[in-house]
Design a binder for this molecule. Structure first.
Ligand SMILES: *[C@@H]1O[C@H](CO)[C@@H](O)[C@H](O)[C@H]1NC(C)=O
Ligand SMILES: *[C@@H]1O[C@H](CO)[C@@H](O)[C@H](O)[C@H]1NC(C)=O
Ligand SMILES: *[C@@H]1O[C@H](CO)[C@@H](O)[C@H](O)[C@H]1NC(C)=O
Length: 252
């Protein structure tokens, strides 16, 4: 069965905060299964934060929530190998009201088998920059969505899926050096049930804490984009630990 999870990051308005403009992007607002497209589970409005997080040590860094009390929407089951669709509101990202978001995206997962106090996250996907396609944020502007392949080698259980857009517009200085600056993280999380992949085994590598996985001085987080929003030298490496490798990507 093909299972799709759609999250809409609705970009609502631009606002100026302490001298630094930031977009307000609301997080995952619904998810749907193409077999029952009207079986959407809408999260309560205002359930998730809108503003990005620049403080890499903030507790809210993980899911833009106070702790991990993010909405626990109905469980979505996955057997692995499916393609998730993570969608954003293109109109909102296309808004010319305020500076354009430019940056990469990361997709993460964490098992809640040992509780949610000390989650260990692994990275299952990324979209960075290429000369042809531009940034992840350009791709979202064009297509309104990203396709994420669900690993097919996880142990059954409950997981948290986290998607993250990183805006590098203000990344020329660290937030610590200048609290009006720093890479801005728009991350949102939701829980779902993974009912078992093809080659289930415990994930033991590439596990990190959030906050904790990033350093303010990471090359991919401390850089001045060019005047037209490109990475210096036209090259960019998405920050984060090594991507989770699965034996048979894309096969269920
Ligand atoms: C879903 O709801 C919309 C709006 O009510 C309706 O137009 C559409 O036909 C429905 N789709 C399905 C598959 O039921
Ligand atoms: C957003 O802008 C891009 C590039 O200008 C364009 O290709 C795309 O169709 C626009 N999307 C919407 C929803 O307006
Ligand atoms: C970005 O540019 C500013 C202003 O020129 C400069 O102060 C800062 O050190 C630069 N940052 C990096 C990472 O090169």
């Amino acid at each position: 069965m093909v299972f799709k999870l759609t999250s809409v990051l609705a970009l609502v308005a631009a606002l100026a905060v302490t001298g630094n403009a930031q977009r307000q992007i609301q997080g995952i607002t619904f998810a749907w299964n193409p077999d029952t497209p009207n079986g959407s589970h809408n999260l309560p409005k205002n359930a998730l934060a809108m503003a990005p997080i620049s403080d890499l040590n903030s507790k809210a860094f993980t899911c833009r929530t106070n702790g991990l009390n993010f909405p626990n929407i109905k469980s979505y089951s996955s057997t692995g190998g499916e393609m998730f669709i993570v969608a954003w509101d293109m109109n909102a990202l296309n808004s010319t009201d305020g500076p354009k978001l430019n940056g990469p995206c990361n997709h993460w997962m964490a098992s809640t088998a040992a509780g949610t106090d000390n989650l260990k996250w692994f990275r299952i996907g990324e979209v960075g920059y290429s000369a042809e396609e531009g940034w992840c944020t350009d791709k979202i502007r064009r297509e309104g969505q990203l396709v994420v392949s669900m690993p097919n080698d996880l142990l059954p259980g409950e997981y948290i899926f986290r998607n993250e857009v990183i805006d590098l517009t203000y990344a020329g200085k660290t937030y610590t050096d200048d609290p009006t600056m720093g890479a801005q993280f728009y991350a949102d999380c939701l829980k779902y049930t993974y009912s078992g992949g093809k080659n289930p085994k415990e994930v033991t590598t590439g596990l990190v804490s959030l906050p904790g996985a990033y350093l303010a001085t990471d090359k991919g987080l401390l850089l001045n984009l060019t005047a037209d929003g490109k990475p210096p030298g036209g090259k960019y490496t998405v920050p984060g630990p090594a991507l989770h490798k699965q034996p048979n990507p894309g096969s269920a």
